[in-house]
Design a protein around this ligand. Structure first.
Ligand SMILES: [Zn+2]
Length: 482
């Protein structure tokens, strides 16, 4: 970032809600079905077909709004957003315009400097339907034809519009990743960016630091991965500053990000000269969310990641970093929660889950919803370890066995006899042999070469095949050799 300039960024995020049926008809929303197999007169836009609002879509949109601290409007209005495109059979999209579902929320992101958190305002959240998909590639006659798949036509979306409160590409990245985390915990979307369930446009301008006014707002479309979002913003901010520095002027426009070149390009002006001619949708009554329904939805909200992190820190003594990592996905949070409760040692459990278990999942390409080892087994291992039955080194071997065989750690320890030796008499018996086998070292230790203690402990551990309690071995050697 060049000194003297400040970027001003806002994000518009489209989220596909994971309802079973579409927003205004009963068609399935399952991804990947054969083209145009999930359609009906309503989502094909046939004349006379009437939309009926999906209650589940309203509930999921309202849950999101409440989780993001928004005010839910008691009466919101659907509107027609008119434009022509081949994948929009009705010639308009049902959306919300001047009476959206919810307004005035916010989301906390970690502050880039000085620690703490920064609140990013959310202007509005509204409900709308998705368009179909135009397919320009992958057909034998793609040079002459484009194809249209209307399976996605009418799938429910919410659009979440932030205030222009973000001040760096890294902050935009953090905002989107926090937002995605909350959406996953709410179970309102699968947030799969590759399948288009989460899509992001950015508005970005730059201004001189002392200037209270915003610069010309430039919209960038096509930011469909976290990496593209950050790269496109970095490129665009630099481009805008260079234009201003070289005496040029910026004007409001829409640009597309091209991942291959890493640059943004202006869209053809015809494509951005939209006049949507919004007007109220005559086929849908106003959406009424009375106080009772709003309260019911509020009461159904799960514990969100930020609240969980705080609880784990205050009640279980986890570090902020550990709590953040362990709330990476709802499945991971649930796994840890179950293991930590059963083990009664949350911190040690966190270490095992973030260490051994994560490493194995990564190595095998598994995610947290498909962990082969149940949380109860991790808890068992932690309990055995904490009771001093086995050493840390043995615990790793037991973990390995439990992972490979699916057997319970307690069973593995009992059957292998791999218990830690904590009986002083048994340790002394081992030391008898070790001390007799190394008379020279024993002599030197007695004369004051205390560094040999480590050597003798090592020999005793070896003689016990790792089963002796090392602290006790050390204690007994000291006692016996004075
Ligand atoms: Zn349909």
């Amino acid at each position: 970032m060049r000194a003297g300039y400040e970027p001003v960024i806002g994000l518009e995020v489209h989220v596909q809600l994971n309802t079973r049926s579409k927003a205004f008809c009963g068609c399935s929303t399952t991804f990947g079905a054969p083209p145009n197999s999930q359609t009906c007169p309503v989502c094909l836009g046939l004349p006379g077909a009437m939309p009926v609002l999906n209650r589940e879509a309203v509930v999921k949109a309202a849950r999101t709004a409440l989780a993001l601290g928004c005010q839910l409007r008691e009466r919101s209005i659907f509107a027609r957003k008119n434009y022509f495109y081949p994948d929009l059979p009705k010639g308009y999209q049902i959306s919300q315009y001047d009476r959206p579902l919810a307004e005035q929320g916010g989301l906390e992101i970690p502050a880039t400097a000085g620690g703490g958190a920064r609140r990013i305002g959310i202007t509005r959240i509204h409900l709308e339907e998705d368009a179909g998909k135009s397919l320009h590639e992958g057909f034998a006659d793609s040079d002459r034809f484009s194809y249209v798949d209307l399976n996605r036509s009418g799938v429910p979306l919410i659009e979440i519009v932030s205030e222009p409160d973000l001040r760096a590409p890294a902050e935009a990245h953090a905002y989107l990743s926090r937002l995605k985390q909350i959406l996953l915990f709410l179970d309102v979307s699968d947030c799969n960016m590759e399948e288009g369930s989460l899509r992001c446009d950015a508005n970005v301008s730059v201004r001189r630091r002392e200037d209270p006014r915003f610069g010309a707002k430039i919209e960038i479309k096509n930011l469909n991965s976290f990496r593209y979002l950050q790269q496109a913003l970095e490129y665009e901010i630099e481009r805008q500053i260079e234009t201003l520095e070289s005496g040029g002027r910026l004007r409001q426009e829409t640009r597309l990000y091209d991942a291959a070149s890493g640059r943004t390009h202006p869209m053809r002006s015809k494509e951005q000269a939209h006049d949507y001619r919004y007007f109220p949708e005559p086929d849908l009554p106003p959406l009424m969310l009375d106080a009772g329904w709003r309260e019911e939805i509020a009461a159904s909200l799960p514990e969100l990641p930020a609240a969980r992190q705080r609880r784990w820190q205050t009640e279980w003594g986890l570090t902020a970093y550990d709590a953040e990592v362990l709330t990476g996905t709802p499945a991971q949070a649930e796994y840890f929660e179950a293991a930590a409760k059963a083990s009664e040692h949350p911190k040690v459990t966190a270490n095992w889950i973030m260490g051994e278990l994560s490493a194995r999942l990564n190595a095998q390409g598994l995610d947290w919803s498909r962990v082969p080892m149940p949380p109860a087994h991790v808890a068992e291992l932690v309990k055995i370890l904490n009771a001093g039955t086995i050493s840390g080194k043995m615990a790793k071997e037991v973990f390995e066995q439990a992972w490979k065989t699916g057997r319970s750690p307690r069973q593995i320890v009992e059957e292998s006899g791999a218990r830690q030796i904590t009986d002083p008499a048994a340790i002394d018996a081992i030391l008898d042999g070790v001390l007799a086998a190394h008379p020279a070292q024993v002599e030197q230790y007695k004369k004051g070469k205390v560094a040999l203690l480590g050597f003798l402990v090592g020999q005793a551990m070896k003689a016990s095949r790792g089963q002796a309690n090392p602290e006790l071995v050390q204690e007994r050697i000291k006692a016996r050799l004075g």
